[in-house]
Design a protein around this ligand. Structure first.
Ligand code: MLT
Length: 247
């Protein structure tokens, strides 16, 4: 039997480079795909006004089909987690296990939807520099920011380079996403939920809720990690992923 491919799905508004510590640890011994979502990173496809999570998931399915990849373990961080759940809901037969990283299953409330639409407008009207500056301190734990200031600077440069149209389309798409909790309750495969104890964007309760909802859910809280736990604590993160693959 061929081993399921690790499908790494980045968060908003980042790109595949956030998975560098995982790609270098797992490939080439394990099959790995770490794409850019439409409009992000090196993907320069034109984006519509709104990119729903199902649309990103459909892009990923087409990519996997083109590469002849059947069974996958989606590893999705934050928005990547929303896309991973959309993929697993659409094509459950292709999902061997699911890894939900610093993310949530719930939908946005009215305030969150309003903030998304404001961000979309701000990106389109004022560009990405302001958004990049405001976002970086929330992505990383304070300790990471102090000990690895170069990481914060690199993330700010990455976000500032993003296409405003892609960012706006993703923000509008996230605002429309459904509550995946009822679906998660029915998902029969292992679900590994990983978060950081210093995540300023996703409260711990959102991860606890996902691990409890999934019939085969397990929660791992990494110490000294913020919203990008795979980058901030790569060794501990990779150890959990390795255990999931081995199990
Ligand atoms: C992300 O990191 O992808 C975002 O924080 C997700 C979100 O804004 O809900």
């Amino acid at each position: 039997m061929t081993r399921p491919t690790l499908l790494f799905i980045h968060g908003f508004p980042l790109d595949h480079t956030i998975w560098q510590p995982q790609v270098s640890a797992f490939a080439p011994a394990h099959p790995v795909v770490a794409p850019d979502l439409r409009g992000f990173g090196e993907d320069d496809r034109v984006v519509p006004d709104t990119m729903t999570m199902d649309m990103y998931a459909t892009d990923l399915k087409e990519l996997l089909d083109a590469r002849g990849v059947d069974s996958v373990i989606p590893v999705g961080l934050s928005m990547g987690g929303y896309v991973a759940m959309a993929f697993a809901a659409l094509w459950p037969e292709r999902v061997h296990a699911l890894v939900l990283v610093n993310t949530r299953a719930g939908a946005d409330d009215a305030d969150a939807v309003k903030a998304r639409l404001e961000m979309a407008r701000s990106a389109e009207e004022r560009g990405m520099a302001l958004i990049a500056r405001g976002m970086v301190p929330r992505l990383l734990a304070d300790r990471t920011l102090q000990e690895h200031p170069e990481l914060g600077r690199e993330l700010e440069r990455t976000i500032a380079r993003r296409s405003p149209a892609a960012v706006a389309a993703a923000a509008r798409g996230m605002a429309q996403r459904p509550d995946r909790t009822p679906w998660l309750r029915t998902f029969p495969q292992p679900v590994l939920v990983i978060t950081g104890d210093q995540d300023k964007i996703m409260p711990l309760a959102t991860s606890q809720a996902m691990a409890e909802a999934a019939p085969h859910g397990r929660l791992v809280v990494l110490p000294d990690a913020g919203h990008l736990s795979n980058l901030e604590q790569p060794e501990a993160f990779n150890a959990e992923l390795r255990a999931l693959i081995a199990g």
